[in-house]
Design a protein around this ligand. Structure first.
Ligand code: SF4
Ligand code: SF4
Length: 220
């Protein structure tokens, strides 16, 4: 079930990336190289479902345990735990899991919402506004040839996949922690630990008590 959702969420992500790339190409909007300002916000939110592919990837690459420990230790930390300032300093975007980032991280700066009159309006980020100058926001929205990705549409696509996991938005660290816990349980059930022999209670077992679950790789 979660494995199927993993593929379905990634499919939504591929569609969003195409829409954002098209919008960026038509408008000429770009992020300054290595900006990462949005990742440093304390308001990044996601649903648990959006973090399922990320959770599978963290298990596949044996990073899940470490990340879970950090999330449990810094459970009040609102800034995304995946942000790496050294990545930004190196001219990268600051996200240590860029390919698996949630919806808002894919859309921020390149998407909008409908106003009360039903007109789609770009929610340009502050950094872009400063770079693009006055009037840029109106320019890109007024052109009928340009299809503006909408946050609400993306949210509906995610919700439709699994209303139980895809509705409630929460701080990204909380969503990731819940996704890791759910995926961890599924992997444990898929490949249960062999029974530990109680041979000698005075000595440690000669094999791991909780072996790392064998994870089936995604098809490339
Ligand atoms: S969306 Fe805005 S804040 Fe985020 S990286 Fe691009 S320019 Fe920077
Ligand atoms: S998941 Fe990545 S892109 Fe999104 S806020 Fe965290 S560091 Fe930034």
């Amino acid at each position: 079930m979660l494995q199927e959702l993993d593929f379905q969420v990634l499919e939504v992500y591929r569609g969003l990336d195409v829409a954002v790339a098209d919008f960026a190409a038509r408008t000429g909007l770009t992020c300054p190289q290595g900006c990462g300002h949005c990742c440093r916000s304390e308001k990044v939110e996601a649903t648990v479902l959006e973090c399922i592919p990320l959770a599978f990837e963290l298990f596949r690459t044996f990073q899940a345990e470490l990340i879970l420990k950090r999330l449990e230790k810094d459970c009040d930390e609102r800034r995304c735990i995946l942000y790496r300032s050294d990545f930004t300093e190196a001219g990268l975007w600051g996200c240590s899991q860029y390919r698996f980032r949630p919806v808002v991280c894919r859309l921020f700066g390149f998407a909008g919402n409908r106003d009360r009159g039903g007109i789609a309006r770009l929610a340009m980020c502050r950094i872009m506004k400063e770079g693009a100058g006055p009037g840029a926001c109106a320019l890109v929205v007024d052109d009928g040839d340009i299809s503006l990705p909408l946050f609400s549409d993306a949210g509906l696509r995610i919700t439709a996949l699994h209303p139980g996991l895809g509705v409630a938005r929460m701080p990204v660290n909380t969503a990731l922690r819940e996704a890791l816990q759910k995926v961890g349980m599924v992997l444990d059930l898929a490949d249960p630990a062999p029974p530990v022999e109680q041979s000698d209670p005075d000595h440690p077992p000669d094999k791991p008590v909780f072996p790392i679950p064998r994870f089936k790789r995604r098809a490339a």
